[in-house]
Design a protein around this ligand. Structure first.
Ligand code: AMP
Length: 213
């Protein structure tokens, strides 16, 4: 967990490559649904574009279904879920049903000014089989506006504009931060400083994971 733009997706996909387990990002699942125009996508589009959270019951259904599939048996990394106190209870129920539990909860932290800079410069590859993430300053594509891997035209996420970023940060403080306390009280929370480049953050994260396991 961590503020929008702190690097959860980047770190989770590195961890997936290292640990060989499923990476489940609720944000990615919902964006794919919006792009594909499914019933779920139509229900969540307006919430997402305004920076609000999608209703808990919709997310609960998505997670319950996804974690029940065969490919989640060997383990999974949750990215962007749970995000409200009620989602913690939803996750507890799903894990109980699947007879499994979390090994740890990792809270990535960085100053808010750094977050706004990162998000407003973020550009993403819209091709769902690629999804490479760039940054105009720190990780620009070789050719402006074009994905290095698949040559798709890069886009700015509609919720990465400055007003929506401020709203997402407020939502994070009000609705998501309280769950850090819950996992802290359960003795599961590990705080990791997420400033610096992705390699540095990954090294920090891994060293904390070794210690916490
Ligand atoms: P993210 O890519 O994690 O920043 O998520 C993008 C957007 O998807 C959020 O601003 C929410 O609108 C929605 N979303 C993602 N995960 C959740 C969640 N666990 N609960 C509610 N809304 C979510």
């Amino acid at each position: 967990m961590g503020m929008p733009g702190v690097g959860k997706g980047t770190q989770a996909s590195r961890l997936r490559d290292r640990a060989g387990v499923l990476h489940l990002s609720t944000g990615d699942i919902l964006r794919d649904a919006v792009q594909a125009g499914t019933a779920l996508g139509r229900k969540v589009k307006d919430f997402m574009e305004s920076g609000a959270l999608v209703p808990d019951d919709l997310i609960g259904d998505v997670i319950g279904e996804r974690l029940g599939r065969e490919d989640a048996r060997a383990g999974f990394i949750l990215d962007g879920f749970p995000r409200t106190v009620d989602q913690v209870s939803i996750l507890d129920r799903v894990l109980k049903r699947l007879d499994t539990e979390l090994d740890g909860v990792y809270l990535l932290g960085a100053p808010e000014a750094e977050i706004v800079r990162r998000l407003s410069g973020r550009r993403v590859c819209p091709n769902s089989t690629c999804g490479e993430v760039y940054h105009l300053d720190s990780h620009p594509p070789r050719s402006a506006g074009v994905c290095d891997n698949c040559s798709s035209a890069l886009v700015q996420r509609p919720d990465d504009t400055e007003d929506v970023i401020r709203e997402r940060l407020k939502v994070y403080r009000d609705q998501t931060l309280p769950i850090a306390r819950i996992y802290g009280e359960r003795g599961m929370l590990v705080e990791v400083e997420a400033t610096g480049d992705p390699d540095t953050v990954f090294a920090r994260l891994e060293s904390r994971m070794v210690k916490s396991s």
